[in-house]
Design a protein around this ligand. Sequence first.
Ligand SMILES: [Zn+2]
Length: 179
Amino acid sequence: MSTPDINESLSILTNDEACARQLNVRNVRVLNTVGDRGRGVFAARDFLPGEIVIIGLIDRMEKIRTTNSFQLDWNVHALFQKPAVAVNHSCDPNLAIVPNRFGAYDFVAIENICSKVEVTWDYATSEFECIGVSVCLCSSQNCRGSAGGFSKLPRDNPMLVSGFYAPYLNRNPSSFQKR
Ligand SMILES: [Zn+2]
């Protein structure tokens, strides 16, 4: 991904993706985390609940699930461009995923997020099974120990109860029993 320049002629009507990249550059920074979790994504400004923090854009489709892929549907996996691909998992996230017009997910603040705070989402809200986080280092009070995947989310998980998970997960009545 190249960093877009501020371009006065850039229009959402002619280059929607470039506008999205520009917003991402303004909203977040990819930095090294303190500790063992490698790089992470940090807010570059304050966000209110409901604001889009990162607009997800697809880098390429993947034939199978990888440690970095995002599940879009049953047997549909994609690698997202930075910064989305660099967002770490948390069992107590401050972002939720919502499908967007690029066929990817937007990452929406679900609480007040202050500038310089790391932004996270719960990988189990898109992955039916998750192979990216076998040992979770999120250190939240309700840490599940691993991301686990949607199939293993407790039924009272706030993201599940609030409906902030990938829509395709509702289309599998055989392996997921809604409450
Ligand atoms: Zn955790």
